[in-house]
Each structure stands twice: as structure tokens, then as C-alpha cells.
Design a protein around this ligand. Structure first.
Ligand SMILES: Cc1cc2nc3c(=O)[nH]c(=O)nc-3n(C[C@H](O)[C@H](O)[C@H](O)COP(=O)(O)O)c2cc1C
Length: 393
């Protein structure tokens, strides 16, 4: 139903995204996109680049007087750093500055990054040709795109949030929150510099990041994404690529540095007996079917089951190290420390914001599949009818 493409290099003039298939009549406020862009930039552990960039979105098409038109939506996020880089990154062959180019050429691939595989694949002699697009700067465009999708979900009464549960060895205990607790977790996480709802653990996480920074090292961790208010039946059991868990896992894995995804208890539930793992089915008049526990994380058989959607993702430590790991120079083949770019120390909270955006995108797509995709009014009507049916069935 929904499609989008992003384009843009990290130190190019801008990131651009075009969204296609988004319904008409959805109120869309640029400020809301900018708020999410700011959240992606401002967590503790991010590097110097984020002090230069103050991301904001320009909406170039598809929206008129604050309402979507049903036509393609074009979003642009400009790179402020471009003014320091145009002689190196310009598309214009006439603008070549050999001295600056030599200064900015990257020849020592960073372990853990796209540098080496990308250079071998595309036969690049400057790793910058790879890292400029492999850079997670691209996720700013995806946050802008996902916020458009999120707006639709919010108009239907859904709420998406994330919280960080581990950075380095500082980890929160297991939580099986109920809906009321979730609202509290969302609020606490949003006001935490590391996106963690547990104040004491957040302090430990900050100290972990400070220690890593001092040592010239980096850290990873784990975040959780939650969506409340989804009806049962989004996605489908009938084919592998229509399963919602397939699509959600792909979206989370597409975030650079995410190396593991679990839905519900996931890996943590693998050792439990079926009688302890599965969520009993209950029924209450006026409420319909519900579950007293949510170990499935709101998805069964590739469809939402009406319980909160709960997913976790493992983020590996940032590959660029101030104290670099051994590498080999692309030209001389001599052993040398990997290249050091200005870099983040820990991106788990930022990755969690990106995860909210990519989750919103997949969910909005599934909503349009079930309820139509022309106008918000029609979608709302069908959503309401379905909700009424669920209460009576
Ligand atoms: C929001 C965000 C910011 C990131 N910032 C950096 C960074 O400053 N330096 C770095 O080396 N990697 C950074 N990464 C991770 C790399 O982009 C990622 O590890 C790399 O593209 C290789 O992809 P892979 O880890 O999925 O294999 C960041 C990731 C995210 C999600």
C-alpha cells in the first residue's frame, strides 16, 4: 500500500524522501516531524556531528494547508554540515579540490562498518563513497517518513513509544507491564537522557557511556518498542510475506547496528514450557476477547491479537572507535589502525527513536490494507465499525 524511498549522503546537501500511497485528509504538522527529528539527535552519548545539525523537515509536496492530499509527499532534511563539505562532496566535477579530497579520503576500513564490503562490491578506491550513504544519518529521513505514518495511527487512537532497557552491562530487570504502566513508562523514558524509564538504571547507563567515552570505546544495548491501541487482525497468517511479524522484524533489522529482534518474550521465552509461555484466552462482555498476560507481544500467527505490540532489539556497539581496532590499508595492504571519523559513543536511545518510526510505517501500511487507503474519514469509519463488531462478537 505504502511506499517510500530515501536519498542523500551524510555530508551531501540534504536527505530527501518521497512517500507514495498515503491517504488524503490526514492533518500533518511539520512541527510534529521536527520534534521526532530532535529526539533522534539529542540523547546522551551522541557525538559532535549532532551539535552541528539541528534537523528540521521541509515538506515540498503532498500537503496543502496542513492536510495530506493523497499525492506523493516529499520531505527534505538539509545537512548543515554540507557547507563544510561541498568541495569534497559536490556532484559537480568542476568543483574538485585535490588537496581537500586527499585529506578526506578514507582508506583504512573500520571493522563493523560497511566500509570494506562496500568498497569491494562497488570497486571504490575511497571508502568515503561507501560510508557517506552507509552512515545512519539516513535514519533522519526515515524518522521523518515514519512520523507521517505515526500521525495516521495517532488519529486512530494508537500510541507508539520506546524505552531503553540496557546499555553496556547496565540493564533493567524483566518487566511485564500492564497498559497503565506502559503510559507511565513512555513518559519517564521520554524525559530521560538515555531513554530509560528507570531513573536509577538511567544513571548507571550514563556512567557506562562516560566510561566508554573516556576509554575511546563504544557501547551497544537493548531497547523496547511498544504500540498500544491496535485492533486484532492486522497482517495475515495466509502467506509468509503478509505476516506482520515478518514485516516488523525486517523494519527493525533495517536500522543500522540492530543485530537481534524479539517479539514478546522472544529469546527470553525459548526455555519456557508451553503452559508457562502462552497467554490464556479470556472473554468479558463489552470488552470482547483479551489475554491476562502478553508473552506473545501482541502477535499470533502473523497478526495482531489486540494486546499491546511489544518488541525488543539488540544494538551492537558503534563501530567507529577513537582507539581504533587493527585494520589494513586498502592501497598499501599494511596493517594500520582503522579510520577514525567523528562519531557517536552509544546510539541505543537514538536507534529506539528510529525504531518507533519504522514500526509506525509498517503498522500504518497494515492499517491501510485492512481499512482502505483513500481518505482518513473512510478509514476512521471502517475502523469504528470493526471495533464495534469486536465488542459484540
Ligand atoms: C542513530 C544511529 C547513529 C549511528 N552513529 C554512528 C556513528 O556515529 N559512528 C559509527 O561508526 N556508527 C554509527 N552507527 C552505526 C552504523 O551506522 C552501523 O553500524 C553501520 O552502518 C554498519 O551497519 P550494521 O551495524 O547494521 O552492520 C549509528 C547507528 C544509528 C542507528
Amino acid at each position: 500500500m505504502l511506499r517510500f524511498l530515501t536519498a542523500g549522503e551524510s555530508h551531501g546537501p540534504a536527505l530527501t524522501a518521497i512517500i507514495e500511497g498515503f491517504p488524503a485528509g490526514v492533518p500533518l504538522d511539520k512541527q510534529v516531524i521536527d520534534e521526532q527529528l530532535k529526539r533522534r539527535q539529542s540523547s546522551f552519548g551522541r557525538g559532535g556531528r549532532m551539535k552541528i545539525e539541528q534537523d528540521e523537515a521541509e515538506v515540498l509536496s503532498g500537503v496543502r494547508k496542513g492536510l495530506t492530499l493523497g499525492s506523493p509527499i516529499t520531505l527534505v532534511v538539509r545537512n548543515r554540515d554540507w557547507e563544510n563539505w561541498h568541495d569534497v562532496m559536490s556532484a559537480d566535477a568542476g568543483e574538485i579540490n585535490p588537496e581537500r579530497e586527499a585529506e578526506k579520503r578514507v582508506t583504512r576500513p573500520r571493522p563493523g562498518h560497511a566500509d570494506l564490503a562496500g568498497a569491494l562490491k562497488y570497486r571504490h578506491i575511497d571508502l568515503r563513497n561507501v560510508l557517506e550513504r552507509a552512515s545512519a544519518r539516513e535514519t533522519a529521513a526515515r524518522v521523518a517518513v515514519g512520523t507521517v505514518a505515526r500521525t495516521l495511527l495517532e488519529h486512530l487512537g494508537c500510541m507508539i513509544f520506546s524505552h531503553v532497557v540496557q546499555i553496556g552491562v547496565a540493564a533493567c530487570g524483566a518487566a511485564d507491564a500492564d497498559r497503565k504502566e506502559y503510559a507511565e513508562i513512555a513518559e519517564l523514558a521520554r524525559s530521560s537522557p538515555v531513554g530509560c524509564a528507570d531513573r536509577e538504571k538511567a544513571g548507571e547507563m550514563i556512567r557506562e557511556i562516560e566510561r566508554a567515552q573516556e576509554a575511546g570505546d563504544t557501547l551497544g544495548g537493548v531497547f523496547e518498542v511498544v504500540c498500544l491501541g491496535l485492533p486484532p487482525g492486522l497482517g495475515s497468517h495466509v502467506h509468509w510475506d503478509r505476516r506482520l511479524d515478518t514485516r516488523l522484524a525486517a523494519a527493525l533489522m533495517s536500522i543500522p547496528s540492530v543485530k537481534g529482534v524479539e517479539i514478546g518474550l522472544g529469546f527470553r521465552g525459548a526455555g519456557l514450557a508451553g503452559s508457562k509461555f502462552h497467554d490464556p484466552v479470556c472473554y468479558e462482555k463489552g470488552r470482547g476477547f483479551y489475554r491476562p498476560t502478553n508473552h506473545a507481544g501482541g502477535i499470533e500467527g502473523g497478526m495482531t491479537n489486540g494486546e499491546p505490540l511489544v518488541m525488543r532489539a539488540a544494538v551492537k556497539p558503534v563501530p567507529t572507535l577513537r582507539n581504533p581496532l587493527p585494520s589494513v590499508d586498502l592501497f598499501t595492504k599494511e596493517e594500520a589502525g582503522a579510520a577514525v571519523e567523528r562519531s557517536d559513543v552509544c546510539v541505543v536511545p537514538a536507534a529506539a527513536v528510529v525504531a518507533e518510526a519504522v514500526t509506525a510505517w509498517v503498522l500504518a501500511d497494515a492499517v491501510l490494507e485492512k481499512f482502505g487507503n483513500d481518505t482518513l474519514d473512510e478509514i476512521r469509519l471502517r475502523w469504528g465499525e470493526y471495533r464495534a463488531y469486536l465488542e459484540k462478537v
